[in-house]
Design a protein around this ligand. Sequence first.
Ligand SMILES: Cc1cc2nc3c(=O)[nH]c(=O)nc-3n(C[C@H](O)[C@H](O)[C@H](O)COP(=O)(O)O)c2cc1C
Length: 171
Amino acid sequence: MAKKVVVISSSPRKGGNSDTLCDEFVRGAVDGGNKAVKYFLEDIEFDSCKACMSCKTPERECYQDDQISLILDDMMEADVIVYATPVYYYSMTGTLKRFFDRCYPIFNHLENKDYYIITAVGSSNGNALTGIRDFISFSVNPTEKAVFTVVGDVSTQDDIKSEVYRAGRHC
Ligand SMILES: Cc1cc2nc3c(=O)[nH]c(=O)nc-3n(C[C@H](O)[C@H](O)[C@H](O)COP(=O)(O)O)c2cc1C
């Protein structure tokens, strides 16, 4: 059965290392008959969570009127979610963290999703997995399917591109 795939790309570098792998995942997923959408966060204007707690009322409405609510709706409906980030100082990008904070209306309402994590590092020093896994752990019955990490310039590394394409195709 066709799956719904949501990919969150958080590098500021469109077509950079992690974003290229996001595109490979999407390409594979679509070739495999699935429905896939990538959100390149840098292109989306959104403010930080204001901790107003309006999303903790029964309506779960965020008062901020921006594109984030559409992404959260997509994530709620998704079967597969991919989080991608370059490693910045042993962690995820500030953009991805800001996005996770905006997931406060839904972070513990995401149920039975399969997760993939894509990271890019300059030198194999450090990883961004801890924070992303901590965020995923708040969801209900999550399954971590795979982690892909590219070290250095992805454009010369066809192996990892193929690996991620195949993961998308068989997600
Ligand atoms: C602010 C900043 C912090 C970084 N911190 C690290 C780091 O801690 N470890 C590392 O291996 N690379 C680090 N890098 C390098 C990037 O992770 C690396 O260039 C990566 O391939 C970029 O991925 P992208 O093309 O998907 O943006 C850092 C780069 C920047 C701009």
